[in-house]
Design a protein around this ligand. Sequence first.
Ligand code: SF4
Length: 186
Amino acid sequence: MRPDLIDRYSAPVPHYTSYPTAPHFHAGITPQVYASWLADLKEDATISLYLHIPYCDRLCWFCGCHTKHTLRYEPVVQYLEALRAEIDWVADQLDGRGVVTAIHLNGGSPTMLSVVDMARLKARLSARFTISSTAEISIEIDPNDLGEDRFDAMAAFGLTRASVGVQDFDPKVQQTINRLQSFEQT
Ligand code: SF4
């Protein structure tokens, strides 16, 4: 037992998967402020890109992520248009500076993306940024979404690391939290 760790982590903290964390965003962080930060990056800056896919085809009752339930794919398609515009805007501000050494896809459920959309997204990133050949490319996986075609799509995306959330394998707990995910699927 480490009392120093208990002291350090026994208080409410921001959601750790977001960086900068939510409390750092406020009305004072305007597009102009964001653009000025990007403009300050040096030629050899290392860059991490985070892509958020805020949709799930099933909602787990415990979830605190910024996501929305949908059984239709149209909202995802519309969102991807906005995401591609954001990619272009950020790339325009960087104007060729920086090297991407990490890409992380989270959500929501990024594994909801169709095979075609995953390929399009990677193509857009590759066209607009310099991506290091050793970049860590990671994704949050919902095993319920996956078939062989999506595994192939993730491999083509260049995935180097995957995260699979497991709350409990007890079927009763899974039913209660609406996270049905068998041991075999995981
Ligand atoms: S799959 Fe993940 S993001 Fe979606 S509701 Fe469950 S915990 Fe939240």
